[in-house]
Design a protein around this ligand. Structure first.
Ligand code: APR
Ligand code: ZN
Length: 258
């Protein structure tokens, strides 16, 4: 809290159009494990990379399906944390003054929205948006009702598509090796080009092409600030790195702005 330099606070206070690129770290303090953290129980044998691919789904749809339903159940049971909440408040405050805080996230959860923020782009999709693997028809499903996360859920059969009666349903997330939604990526790139301050929060900067977005700010000389307890692949591009958790740093950075 106290190691935010006046420089960084001054940057935040001067900015009119802020772009934020968030990753799994911003939801960590809500209790959503990041992708590179070891999962408890059932999932500890699997890496995210093993579960988050089209190949994995083709080989073992029920395993992949159950993993995503389990994650969705977890997400719906947790709450936004002060990191999400302070970004939402900053967004409202700058909107009132004709400015903007544009949020671009790699997260498939809805914690920014539940904190009251508007998200411009979910670069990696949304865990609660389902579609058919064959015909692409979107599907709405009831919320999963797993209770507690200590015991593994029963394997859940992957539901078939009622539209084409041919394909299986898949979560609306972007798997490793898949294309990002082009419009979401373009909108994100534009927001970063327009910004006069870019915050990179809770992302390891490993997964492309999302990790290339901060380069657009670098090209323009736009101040870049990283909020992350650890050094990342992107740290050396930054003008400032604030080493702390987003739940602590973002409220401190934005206090007095709303
Ligand atoms: N506050 C801020 N950052 C945190 C916190 C916290 N409380 N806890 C952890 N972090 C940081 C970690 O130091 C790490 O740099 O969050 C980052 C999480 O990294 P990843 O798990 O790699 O998450 P992310 O960068 O979002 O991953 C990108 O990879 O698995 C795919 O599609 C998935 O969207 C995901 C993408
Ligand atoms: Zn179908």
């Amino acid at each position: 809290l106290h190691d935010i330099t006046e420089d960084i606070r001054a940057l935040a206070h001067r900015a009119r159009h802020v772009a934020v690129l968030s990753g799994a770290g911003i939801s960590a303090e809500s209790g959503v494990p990041t992708f590179r953290e070891v999962q408890a129980g059932l999932w500890e044998r699997f890496s995210a990379e093993d579960l988050a691919t089209a190949e994995a789904f083709a080989c073992n749809p029920d395993l992949v399906w159950t993993w995503y339903r389990w994650r969705q159940a977890l997400i719906q049971q947790v709450q936004p944390n002060p990191g999400h909440l302070s970004l939402a408040a900053w967004q409202r405050a700058l909107n009132r003054r004709g400015g903007s805080v544009t949020i671009v996230t790699q997260n498939v959860d809805d914690l920014h929205e539940r904190a009251g923020a508007e998200v411009l782009a979910h670069l990696h999709g949304s865990i609660s948006a389902y579609r058919c693997v064959d015909c692409g028809e979107p599907h709405e499903l009831p919320r999963p009702d797993y209770d507690g996360f200590q015991s593994p859920p029963e394997p859940d059969p992957t539901p078939p598509c009622e539209h084409c009666e041919n394909g299986l349903l898949r979560p609306g997330v972007v798997w490793f090796g898949e294309m990002l939604p082009v419009e979401a990526f373009e909108a994100a790139a534009e927001a970063i080009r327009r910004a006069d301050l870019v915050l990179v929060v809770g992302t390891s900067g490993i997964v492309q092409p999302a990790a290339s977005l901060p380069l657009l700010a670098l090209e323009r000389g736009t101040p870049l600030v990283e909020v992350n307890p650890e050094e990342t692949e992107l740290s050396e591009l930054m003008d400032y790195c604030v080493r702390g958790t987003s739940g602590q740093i973002l409220p401190a950075l934005t206090s007095g702005l709303s």
